[in-house]
Write a protein that binds this ligand. Sequence first.
Ligand code: GSN
Length: 178
Amino acid sequence: MSGKPKLHYVNGRGRMESIRWLLAAAGVEFEEQFIETKEDLEKLLSDGLLLFQQVPMVEIDGMKMVQTRAILSYIAAKYNLYGKDLKERALIDMYVEGTTDLMGIIMYLPFQPPEAKEKNLALITDKATTRYFPVYEKAFKGRISNIPTIKKFLQPGSQRKPPPDEKYIAQVKQIFNI
Ligand code: GSN
């Protein structure tokens, strides 16, 4: 075993992308085992590796971690990226939950039928611009993308994933019976 965390997910952003970002920010190298077929997912299930029969799953420090938030909290705490005291941690948790709520509504958009898409896109755009984006500081993007480890992750050739395309959407629908 390499000792690197091993990420089990489809070859796309979804719920794993925030974990990839966090590992990248911490400067931690990781391996990825992509779920490419229904059989790949069934193998993980039949091997009993998924506590709630769901991915993301991350093998790290002898654990097979599931639940995105639990994985993120563990990695953040391990690499001192989880605030200097309880109050800073609470603030981080609030921003994280806000982002998760927003990502939750964005993530499913590509998988919706065309007639629902247009209406939902308008709703998401409204919520994103009036509720979520104003919360994040001005110049936040610039500051974050200049952290050396993040800068590296944003370069071509990194393990950052592209936005979902038709092939990826079809693959995920097939794997998860959507
Ligand atoms: O945040 C989490 O990791 C969990 N609370 C949810 C994980 C989840 O829903 N995973 C999906 C695939 S990723 N997209 O949403 C999943 O494994 N679905 C299969 C199922 O049977 O629920």
